[in-house]
Every structure is written in C-alpha cells, then in structure tokens.
Design a protein around this ligand. Structure first.
Ligand code: ASP
Ligand code: MG
Length: 413
C-alpha cells in the first residue's frame, strides 16, 4: 500500500506540529505502508516571503519570485525528514526539481506536464520515507517554477497519479468538506463522500478546501482524495466517483443537494443602455478577458426596443480595473453609464442528483422568497444553482437553504 499524504501550512506551522506530523507519518509506516509526505510552507511563510520581496522591489521578476517562494516548502520538507530520522525512519527530502516535476514555462502558476519520479521510486524501494517540497517544479529551461497559491495540493495529487498510489490524503485544519461553512451554519454536517464534480462546483462557488486544479487532476485520473484533519484521527471526506442513485435514501428525507456555498467576495457591475446588436457582449467581455478578469454571473435585460443593460459579477479584488475597462468599452459601443454594487454575495446549492430531479430550483426560489430575500441574478450549471443576493441577507439565505434541503444535522448532534 502506498499513501501520498499532504500536510498544509497550518499542519506544519511550527516545530511542535512538524513533530506531530512525523508521528502520524510514523504510524502509517508502522502499519506497513510506504509513504510520500508532501508539505506546504510553515504557517504564513509564503505570505511573509511575498511581503519581503515587496519591500525590496515593486516589480519582482517572475523568475526570482518563484525561486524565493519555493523555499518555504523546502524548509518544511527538510525539517520533516529530520524529525522522521530521529524517530528511526530512513527519510529523505526532495525538492520539485530533484523529483523531476516538469512544468510548462509559466512562472507563478505553472502547470505540471510530466513527472519522472524515478528518484522517488528508487528511494521508496530502498525503504525510505520521502518528504516532498510541494508547490514547485522545473521548466524546460531548468528554472524553478511554482504552481499557484495552494499548489501543494496539486503536487500531492499529481504524485499520487505518477506513483499509482492507493490514496491521496490531504491533511488540513478542518475535519473535511462540510455541507456549508460551519461558522455560518452551526448545524452543517461533514460530508462523508462527494463526487469530483460536486467538489469542483463547491470550490468555484466559494468553498475553500482544496486547490481546484488538484481536484481536476484527481477526477481526470480517478485518484481518490481523502480530505481529513491533521489534528484528529477521524475520517474526513472522500472525493471520488459517486453514483447519483442510491444516496440520500438511507434516511427518511431524500436529499438532492450536497452542499450550500457562499462567496461574499463578489461585486456587480452594470453597463446601461448598450445597443441591442451582434458583437456587443463580445466587445465588453473580450476586453475584460484580455485583462484576465474572470466574469462570473451575467444577466442581460432589454430596457428599450433597441437597448440592453448588461450586469455581471467579478471578484471584488478586480472591481476597480473591471469598472475602468467597462467604461471604455461602453464608450466604444455608444452605451450609457457604468455602475457598481459591492453590497452583494453569491449563494449556491450544489448536487449531482439535481440533474435528475425536477423542482430543485423552485424549492430554492420559494425558500428565499419566504425569507423575503430578493434574487438579483441567477446562474446555473447541470449540478449547481447560484443566486446573487444582497450581502446582508447572505447568511440567512445560506441557513434557510441548508434547512430547506434537509441538510441540517439533528439538533444537539
Ligand atoms: N505555500 C503555498 C501557498 O501558501 C502553497 C501551498 O500552501 O499549497 O500558497
Ligand atoms: Mg498554504
């Protein structure tokens, strides 16, 4: 049995915690498993390194950015290897380049193209535990690259694929994936099993558990991903292929929704009075895409015979730039005023079973109506329905939907 175990920044935040991780890895080895332990940088190290760099230069070259931020993970990997050795294990640390994690040439958010993994295999065959610095690789030119924030998850899943591991365990500071954020919904439950697609939709809907790319990787190659707490022994959430039929039938209620997610980090822009003719949306959203601004929910409505208003949401961090771009696009198109509203939030329900059951959307809208919550915009995928509501009503919306779809844990549980 081969396990790839990944420990996030909070799990290796200080020496005590690294010792705890070493204990856990030891226990796995003692059960007869071979282990590859992928680690993140200690605590907030990556942010601190980025801060340091900002004190030296406003325009860090991408190459140096990657050289610098890749060091955080190397520190954790070496410390963990040493902690394992003092426990009598043969352990060796490796960096991304040493392993042979080959990426494309894009610094700061490189994509893995190939993993050689010969060295890891040799070390495992020699009876070593291998600790791996996550988040990094090497490009064709032999330069160090990093995989984007949260990228150690992707390192772990990719290694699990390359090594044909039996499972990829993601150890983190939460017990698993929940049916809603427990800070908002005290009666949220841990989800025992979730489908890859549901996890991806929850992630885009605002649930912050794992880097989405890692989940996509897992889905593509069918690696089971176990998200679990590094502070307790309990089972977490298994992300895997889940059949749509058969779940929710164990209890009395039939549950079609796996989770409710929210995202308060959105803002809405409205471009008023643009002409109703071909190419208008292409011009506006093309200009935004050129500046790499992600647009989420879009609504177009006719306001006069030959005029439309176009509203859309963007990440709040992109709002200022998005307004600028929208203003010049509107001018170019002969449109009207551009207005923005930061006082919004997105609330989504996700579940693969919704595709087979009518009435899920109706239940969602009825529930919101009965709480006096106005829906400003709607968007859907096959397994997700999202609505934009006023920010002050977000929490109530999440709780109401969580109850309405039978997700609340029993009282006192
Ligand atoms: N240390 C990197 C970050 O903070 C990568 C990771 O933690 O996965 O984004
Ligand atoms: Mg991190």
């Amino acid at each position: 049995m081969l396990s790839v175990q990944k420990f996030g920044g909070s799990s290796v935040a200080n020496v005590d915690r690294i010792q705890k991780v070493a204990e856990r890895v030891s226990r796995t080895v003692e059960r007869g498993h071979r282990v590859v332990a992928v680690v993140s940088a200690m605590g907030d190290t990556t942010d601190e390194l980025i801060d340091l760099l900002a004190q030296v230069t406003d325009r860090p070259p991408d190459r140096e950015y990657d050289v610098l931020v890749s060091t955080g993970e190397i520190v954790s990997a070496a410390l963990l290897a040493c902690a394992l050795r003092t426990r009598g294990h043969n352990a060796v640390s490796m960096t991304g380049p040493q392993i042979g994690i080959h990426t494309d040439g894009v610094y700061r958010k490189a994509k893995i193209v190939k993993i050689r993994a010969d060295r890891i295999r040799e070390a495992l065959d020699a009876g070593c535990v291998v600790t791996v610095a996550g988040f990094q690789g090497i490009n064709e030119a032999g330069e160090i690259t990093t995989l984007g924030r949260g990228g150690s998850d992707t390192t772990a899943v990719a290694l699990a694929v390359a090594l044909e591991a039996d499972v990829c365990e993601i150890f983190t500071d939460v017990e698993g994936v929940f049916s809603a954020d427990p800070r908002l919904v005290p009666r949220a439950r841990k989800i025992p099993r979730i489908a890859y697609d549901e996890m991806l939709e929850l992630a885009t809907a605002g649930a912050r558990v794992m880097q989405s790319r890692a989940v996509e990787f897992g889905a593509k190659f069918g690696v089971r991903i176990h998200v679990r707490s590094s502070f307790s022994e309990g089972e977490g959430t298994m992300i895997e292929n889940v059949e749509t039929n058969g779940w929710g039938e164990a209890g009395m209620e039939r549950v079609f929704i796996r989770g409710v997610a929210h995202d308060a980090n959105q803002a809405k822009i409205t471009v008023a009075g643009v002409p109703d003719k071909p190419g208008v949306a292409a011009t506006l959203f093309g200009a935004l895409a050129d500046e790499r601004i992600n647009v989420d929910v879009i609504v177009q409505s006719a306001t006069a015979v030959d005029k439309n208003d176009i509203s859309f949401t963007v990440n709040r961090d992109d709002l200022d730039r998005a307004i600028e771009i929208s203003k010049s696009a509107s001018e170019e198109l002969g449109g009207g005023e551009v207005t923005a509203d930061e006082n919004i939030a997105k609330v989504s329900i996700v579940g693969i079973a919704m595709a087979q059951h009518a009435g899920v959307a109706a239940t969602m809208f009825r529930t919101l109506a009965s709480h006096g919550i106005n829906i400003q915009m709607i968007s859907t995928s096959e397994i997700r329905i999202s609505v934009i509501v006023e920010r002050s009503q977000m929490e109530e919306a999440v709780r109401a939907l969580h109850s309405a779809f039978g997700l609340d844990a029993p009282e006192g549980a």
